[in-house]
Design a protein around this ligand. Structure first.
Ligand code: GTP
Ligand code: MG
Length: 370
């Protein structure tokens, strides 16, 4: 059934009617500004424009803009989400281990991080910081880009004995592209050949001006190994977070993003989800990308069972019917029927897009033969 006019759709997205018509043509739908289109088509258009769509019922389409905020009075302070980035082996995981008093780095194959780890650290003051650990190896650009997108602050780890390296520069670019402020952690200052001043100087070449050189970026000297400067780093992060006035509404259905997902032999599909707003509870029905599930268990980063997870909390979610992809959006819905409907639609769309992709390739091949 047709549920919304092209004009109304354009209005709700704050896009031009002509652009919506163009987009519809690309999807093979010919419609004028006053014509109505069905919900599935509207959803496709909304996604093409990069907006978010919420269907209230099959008969209605409600479009919310990306980044839409809850009304002010419902917002409460939340922990900052901090992504740790930097060149391979500069000590990102070790630094997080030191902050958490754990030893993840020691257990990694070849000492190289190959996934995004998500942790929440509770400070002596009772304040919390959520950390995402990213790999520094050059092969994992997509993960770093994803990490920068979901975060409030990037902590750029630079080893004081090694200085600015290719993935240091890449991380600066990701932070900038995501519009996220940066705090620099100059690590390994316990090493005899450490040269933190050189790091500060060389950052200038990449337009990162630290406070000591008259800029605004905080740079903290630390040693993960000798546990130097950890308090200062935490303070710097909290100071940066304070400026951002981070808030979220905990009293609504949860929405967030899939940080990682895997098929576990014993537990089935497992997703690590960063809750961005609302509170996720055991028993909730949700959609994650093209998959859905009912929360069977929630586990924190130490493997402890939780009954719920609020804004900025990373949790492992059990109870999926399939394995979503890292980067997928996560959204609690009100019924299993709704979850099935949304995922069936998304799976169909993925198939269609793949089919279009294949068709294009074969066309190109045809032309290349001519
Ligand atoms: P990737 O995740 O693979 O990019 O590496 P990473 O940045 O997480 O580095 P990791 O924490 O695995 O540390 C790399 C090596 O540097 C390990 O051998 C650590 O023990 C060592 N290391 C880390 N921090 C320090 C430090 O402050 N001082 C010294 N001397 N060594 C450190
Ligand atoms: Mg690491």
């Amino acid at each position: 059934p047709e549920v919304i006019t092209v004009q109304e759709l354009a209005n709700r997205m704050a896009e031009r009617g002509a652009d919506v018509i163009k987009q519809l043509m690309r999807l093979g739908v010919m419609a004028t500004i006053n014509q109505s289109i069905d919900a599935d088509t509207a959803e496709l258009v909304v996604q093409e424009f990069g907006h978010r769509l919420k269907r209230v019922a099959e008969s209605d389409v409600e479009i919310g803009l990306e980044g839409e905020v809850d009304v002010d009075e419902n917002l409460e302070p939340r922990a900052p989400v901090v992504t740790v980035m930097g060149h391979v082996d500069h000590g990102k995981t070790s630094l997080l281990d030191a902050l958490r008093s754990t030893d993840v780095a020691a257990g990694e194959a070849g000492g190289i991080t190959q996934h995004i780890g998500a942790y929440q650290v509770k400070l002596g003051s009772g304040q919390k910081i959520t950390f995402l650990d990213t790999p520094g190896h050059e092969a994992f650009t997509a993960m770093r880009a994803r990490g920068a997108k979901v975060t409030d602050i990037v902590v750029l780890v630079v080893a004081a004995d090694d200085g600015i390296m290719p993935q240091t520069v890449e991380a600066i670019r990701h932070a900038r592209a995501a519009g996220v402020p940066m705090v620099v952690a100059i690590n390994k200052i316990d090493k005899p050949d450490a040269n933190p001043n050189k790091v500060r100087q060389n950052l200038l070449q990449h337009e990162v001006v630290v406070e000591e050189l008259g800029g605004e970026v905080q740079a903290i000297e630390v040693s993960a190994k000798s546990r130097i400067g950890l308090d200062k780093l935490e303070e710097a992060i909290l100071l940066q977070a304070e400026i951002l006035e981070l808030r979220a509404n905990p009293n609504r259905e949860a929405a967030g993003v899939v940080i990682e997902a895997k098929l576990d032999r014993g537990r089935g599909p497992v997703a690590t989800v960063l809750v961005q707003k609302g509170t996720l509870k055991v028993g909730d029905i949700f959609v994650a990308g093209s998959e859905w599930g009912k929360v069977r268990a929630l586990l924190n980063d130490r493997g402890d069972q939780q009954t719920e997870a609020g804004p900025a909390v990373p949790v492992e979610v059990l109870g999926l019917t399939g394995t979503p992809s890292a980067g997928d959006d996560f959204q609690v819905v009100d019924s299993e029927a709704r979850a099935r409907e949304v995922t069936a639609f998304r799976q169909r769309r993925t198939k269609e897009q793949r089919a279009v992709g294949t068709a294009r390739v074969s066309l190109e091949q045809m032309f290349s033969k001519i």
